[in-house]
Design a protein around this ligand. Structure first.
Ligand SMILES: O=C(O)[C@@H](O)[C@@H](O)[C@H](O)[C@H](O)CO
Ligand SMILES: [Mg+2]
Length: 426
């Protein structure tokens, strides 16, 4: 009697054919792969008894090996023998079951498992992730790139190059006179990798100079390119609430798409002061890892965009919850997408972005060719947008043989000190 179509026994190499999986899909292996094609990435690969596998990103820039140990010693042993179809139960097991909840290491480990299981489910059902989430709300996903320069002129030129590439939204960061390496001013055109040394590079910061300089940049950008381009800026946690309010107010004439991380958001209430003084849209969240980090910011409408990510906030399972909560309060998504989030996260994010009804924008810092070779993927860039593929799952894979050629290379993020030596927010 031939197996009925869709029966688990009719599994094909890519996992398709398991439509309406009737039988368990048992996890047989969960392996952590560390690779460094120019920068470090941590990937989890989960394999099942029917040949379907999935991969998830667990990269935590500058603290990668903490997540590797958490996965290898405390998570992977729990997964063997579990039914890969039970994504929610696995998420709850890893979140509630650890007792010690939240935090960037824990939530990145959970995210890697979660995304790998969603990838398996998509492959098993022969469906791309955006179909599993509820189908496309848009055919393409608007992205923004990073334009930067050592001074205003260089930054203005860099923004022009992104416009020529078809970007409709561009983040602009510029050097500050008197400061050597201001945040966001990378070395090179398309790739900005801040984790640049095995021990933290020390930088010097002076908010007062910065506050008087940044408005001049956006004045020049509007004078040069007019009102159309969507311009963004990242304050990178460096201002006090009062300083953030001052900058937001001074940037109002230049109609920014958003001012990001204007002030550290551990104290969510700090944004009440900023919000009182400026209508410049505010974005926060790349360092958050659960809904609890942003619940007040969202329900008090203290922000306009939530930047939490699939890798940083416990995977698709939890990010969906944050996005749905944000939608209740008119807050839109603006997922973080720097180069230290691997193509696995970007691939899953493009599916999420294609579905999420309260979509805002997706950050897109291009990965290097070496990284893209290690992580073949089917998302595509075109004229300022990313387009998700339709391969089952999230559409990203890992070339393990190539990955093995790039061993881990310890790197840390810089630190910042104020001119009087005070350790500050980088
Ligand atoms: O918005 C951004 O892209 C930045 O805040 C990041 O590049 C951040 O500096 C890095 O992800 C830190 O690893
Ligand atoms: Mg940022």
């Amino acid at each position: 009697m031939p197996a009925a179509d869709g029966d688990a026994r009719t599994v094909r190499a890519d996992g398709s054919g398991l439509v309406g999986v009737a039988s368990p899909l048992l996890i047989t292996a969960a392996r952590v792969i560390v690779t460094c094609p120019g920068r470090n990435f941590v990937t989890l690969k989960i394999e099942t008894d029917q040949g379907v596998y999935g991969i998830g990103d667990a990269t935590l820039n500058g603290r990668e090996m903490a997540v590797v140990a958490y996965l290898n010693d405390h998570v992977c042993p729990l997964l063997i023998g579990r039914d890969a179809r039970r994504i929610e139960d696995t998420w709850q097991l890893l979140y509630r079951g650890s007792y010690w909840r939240r935090g960037p290491v824990t939530m990145r480990a959970i995210a890697a498992v979660d995304v790998a299981l969603w990838d398996i489910k998509g492959k098993a059902l022969g469906a791309p992730l955006h179909e599993l989430l509820g189908g496309r709300s848009r055919d393409r996903v608007m992205v923004y790139g990073h334009a930067n320069g050592a001074d205003i002129e260089e930054t203005v030129d860099a923004v022009g190059r992104y416009i020529d590439l078809g970007y409709q939204a561009i983040r602009a960061q510029t050097g500050v006179p008197g400061l050597t390496n201001a945040y966001g001013v990378g070395r090179g055109e398309m790739h900005y990798e801040p984790a640049d040394a095995s021990l933290p590079t020390e930088t010097v910061w002076d908010t007062r100079r910065y506050l008087t300089h940044v408005p001049k940049l956006f004045q020049r950008l509007r004078d040069t390119y007019g009102p159309e381009p969507r311009l963004l800026h990242d304050g990178h946690h460096r201002m006090t609430p009062q300083e953030a309010a001052r900058l937001g107010k001074s940037l109002e004439p230049y109609d920014l798409f958003w001012l990001e991380d204007a002030t550290p958001a551990e104290n969510q209430e700090a944004f009440r002061l900023v919000r009182q003084h400026t209508t410049t849209p505010l974005a926060v969240g790349e360092v958050f890892n659960t809904i609890w980090d942003c619940k007040d910011l969202i329900q008090e409408q203290l922000i306009d965009y939530i930047r939490t990510t699939i890798v940083g906030a416990g995977g698709l399972t939890h990010l969906r919850r944050i996005a749905d909560f944000a939608a209740v309060w008119g807050v839109r998504t603006g997922c973080h997408g720097a180069t230290d989030l691997s193509p696995v996260t970007l691939g899953a994010a493009v599916h999420f972005d294609a579905w999420v009804p309260n979509f805002g924008i997706q950050e897109y810092m291009r990965h290097t060719e070496a990284t893209d070779a290690v992580f073949p993927h089917d998302y595509r860039f075109g004229a300022g947008f990313l387009i998700p593929g339709d391969r089952p799952g999230h559409g990203v894979d890992i070339d393990e043989a190539l990955a093995a050629r790039y061993p881990y290379d310890p790197r840390q993020l810089p630190i910042a000190r104020l001119t009087d030596g005070t350790l500050w927010n980088w």
